[in-house]
Design a protein around this ligand. Sequence first.
Ligand code: ADP
Length: 529
Amino acid sequence: MDRPETHVLLIEDNPGDADLVRLRLVESQPQVRVDCVPRLSDALESLGKETPSLVLLDLNLPDSRGAETFRKIMEKAPNVPVVILSGQDDEALAVKAVHLGVQDYLVKGDISSKQLERAMRYAVERQALLRSLEIASKQQLEFKNQFLSHVSHELRTPLTCIHQYVTLLVDGLAGPVAPEQSDHLRTVLKSVNQLHAMIRDLLEATRAESGTLRVEPRCVSIGELMQQAVAMMRPTAQGRQIGLEIGLDSRIPLVYADPDRILEVLINLTDNGIKFTPADGSVMVQACMTEADANSVYVSVTDTGRGIGREAQSLIFERLYQDPDSVDSNRSGLGLGLFICKELIRLHGGRIWVTSEPGEGSIFTFTLPLYSLAKLLAPVVVYEGRLRAAFVLVRVELAPLTNPPRGNWRETWQQCLEILRRCVYLDKDLVLPPMWASGSTETFYVLASTDMERAGIMTTRMREQLERIVELKNKGTLTITTAPVELESVDPSQSLEKQVEAVAGRVNEMIMKSMDKQKKPGNGVKHSS
Ligand code: ADP
């Protein structure tokens, strides 16, 4: 049977060296096709068109030198084995390349056909082996993730059923329950809730591992999220006689984050703080800004609890890690909470860390990026190096008729948002990222680079299109208002950057004011006690 043809891409700019290598190749393998290119750019182009069996690579080319050369080749063709052709003087670099994933190296001028043949054969075999190992471990991980995800989903249904029926019994809806029986049923409910939380953590961790964990950032008041988290955790803290406080500088600007996910992180950290702090201790949730990093908000959860040893501090954010000393009969959780927190904060572009001393309590801190209206606005409010003449802020409020809303309200408002985006001129208007408020009313803001008269035409178009959404008509009300952005505070003698910041500041004030108005009781924004 004919042996398959070996296709070698030889990347070598010295014609003498190229001829010699080509000769050795033909001597060693009769079934070889050699394409020779002198420059890295030619090689990358060739790799884009055809995948060779092997690359023979000179590190120093006219358009690339040293480590950069093999990095770019491996980036372009990660599954093709690469053998370096090094000179006597760059052998050290060739060795480094082997550590970084190149299969082998040969020193030029010293290459026999036998050596070349052997190096090529081993390189191809090693690369194939590595590839199959990689595929096997990926398949294993995928299988494990699928299994965990499937089992977790399946467990949720019977658990929900148990929860519903036990609740029914506890509430006395199936007949009178003696106080002792009621206590037992409450213990069952507690365990069911713990199991629910564990299953949720398993699903989240599986998603994090397979890269399918998602965040949907919005413009969020971190203070409101902290208040919500504290309000939700207060009964647990009171039950364990632990003080739970909030420390918030009211001047903290809005952050760009997914409110549901950040609430999850805050609850997790607060819950841990309470769990690992003895009675009469305290947990404090705080947010602040620092001079050193003006683009982030720092949120911390401080407890006066047992603290964490130095060694454990470097491990607690790992998947499934639980400090063996902290395991007691009251423990619930799988050691996934902090791993999920770390992944969620990473997806927001932030960092999370702990500072702690055993016996002295712990401080868990994470950062979130500030919401920068000026950065978002700059491309639409500036034209030909100058600020545009007039701006109008359009406010679109979608309020559900019932609370909680009927049907899939989220889908309805997302559809509305899409329509708003289609109603504006992309180069001079901007639909701002949705603002978050903890009620069901959704409010969107559009900054239009126009005067009030033209804004009227725009809002008529918006109204016409939004009113065609049947779901909105049946389940909610639509209110559209416009207000001019006063530009008195914008000083034209200042730099353009400062002028854009002034416009952003003004728009921000207008939004804050309108959000404050929206925070009437019964309008959804909850305050903790
Ligand atoms: P779990 O959900 O099992 O608590 P986590 O990932 O949230 O898992 O926490 C991992 C480990 O980190 C815990 O087992 C505990 O040892 C340690 N830990 C977390 N938070 C604190 C804290 N505030 N004080 C002391 N130890 C903590």
